[in-house]
Design a protein around this ligand. Structure first.
Ligand SMILES: Nc1ncnc2c1ncn2[C@@H]1O[C@H](COP(=O)(O)OP(=O)(O)OP(=O)(O)O)[C@@H](O)[C@H]1O
Ligand SMILES: [Mg+2]
Length: 325
């Protein structure tokens, strides 16, 4: 449904999107992840014909974004970072206006407006001025305008940004509900959102795609690392967790040991190691030190850990970086 080949956007000397290639199949819902300034919005604007690529190509439903923009726009619904709402219009007027722009009229247009209002739960604000709507409702009206012409493809740029937790859940459910009929790309900073909503994830960093895969595959192949959860207890009396941590760190092949918690003389650690590292070595080290090994269990890396590993950014630093830009 979407095919992107070596797509590139340069601003002066700055390469915002750097030769990215990917495909999205019909009905798929893909999460587009990346730190601030990674190139998500720029990519989405090229896919929706708002920005011409500097090089490479992209097609939507077989139509080229540069050569057949009208055909592409007919098949695409776009929710930009800031929904393009006119504050002096009410919801119905606005949806009528957008629907007409998309070629709808008469009873078909009225039918679609009823449908999207119902679907996006904005029926109760149909006659309210957009300028007076809360952020959550504005976002939902933004989503309603994106789907008014029943497009095959939806491009949603941070659809849940700035919403409260209840609104986030509602919007997330709404997007999930749309997934069957539409092919969806959504960008987000909320990693659990991708895990819950999307089948696949693309991670972009400094304009380059660093991973495209199913959430599951990404977790298992992340940097070839393995993660095990280890619980160690002292046989008599209290066991100093720092001592255990130092011992675990000395085991060959172990790259990182993270202390999780102490509970009644039991110490939990997360041990990251290279793939193929023998869990037996870890078990032996614990037992030889005279401690009990209560538990040794492989765990999957969270998407957040993978994201940080692939982009080399700290979540907290991202907010600071944005403020400083
Ligand atoms: N109109 C522009 N002129 C010059 N540079 C731009 C322009 N728009 C974006 N950029 C640059 O392109 C890069 C990618 O920006 P983009 O908005 O695509 O990032 P993003 O991944 O959407 O980030 P965010 O998470 O903050 O929304 C950034 O370095 C940005 O400064
Ligand atoms: Mg953006």
């Amino acid at each position: 449904m979407i095919k992107v080949t070596e797509l590139t956007k340069k601003y002066a000397r700055n390469v915002a999107v750097d030769h990215i290639s990917f495909e999205v199949q019909k009905g798929e819902i893909i999460g587009f992840l990346g730190p601030n300034g990674a190139g998500k919005t720029t990519t989405m604007r090229m896919l929706t014909c708002f920005l011409p690529p500097s090089a490479g190509s992209a097609t939507v439903a077989g139509f080229d974004v540069l050569e057949q923009p009208l055909e592409v726009k007919k098949r695409i619904g776009y929710l930009p970072e800031t929904p393009p709402l006119y504050p002096e219009m009410d919801t119905t007027e606005y949806l009528t206006f957008v629907g007409k722009l998309k070629g709808l009229s008469g009873s078909e247009l009225r039918g679609r407006i009823d449908y999207v209002c119902e679907r996006c739960a904005i029926t109760d604000v149909r006659h309210k001025l957009l300028g007076r709507l809360s952020k959550g409702y504005r976002q939902r009206v933004g989503l309603a305008q994106a789907i008014i012409h029943n497009p095959d493809v939806l491009i949603l740029d941070e659809p849940t940004a700035g919403l409260d937790p209840k609104q986030i859940n509602e919007t997330r459910d709404l997007i999930k509900g749309l997934a069957g009929d539409h092919t969806i790309i959504l960008s987000t900073h909320i990693l659990p959102e991708v895990e819950q909503t999307c089948q696949k994830v693309m991670i972009i960093n400094r304009g380059k795609l660093v991973a495209t895969d199913s959430v599951q595959n990404l977790q298992s192949r992340a940097r070839g690392a393995e993660l095990v959860l280890v619980e160690v207890a002292g046989r008599n009396g209290n066991l100093d967790s720092a001592t255990v941590q130092r011992r675990l760190e000395q085991i060959a092949g172990v790259s990182r040991v993270i202390f999780k918690e102490t509970h009644q003389n039991r110490n939990m650690f997360e041990v990251e190691s290279q793939k193929g590292f023998l869990r037996g070595d870890l078990a032996r080290a614990v037992v030889e030190a005279g401690w009990d090994l209560n538990e040794l269990r492989p765990t999957a890396m969270s998407l957040e850990e993978i994201f940080l590993q692939l982009t080399g950014e700290e979540v907290t630093d991202k907010a600071a970086a944005k403020g400083g830009q």
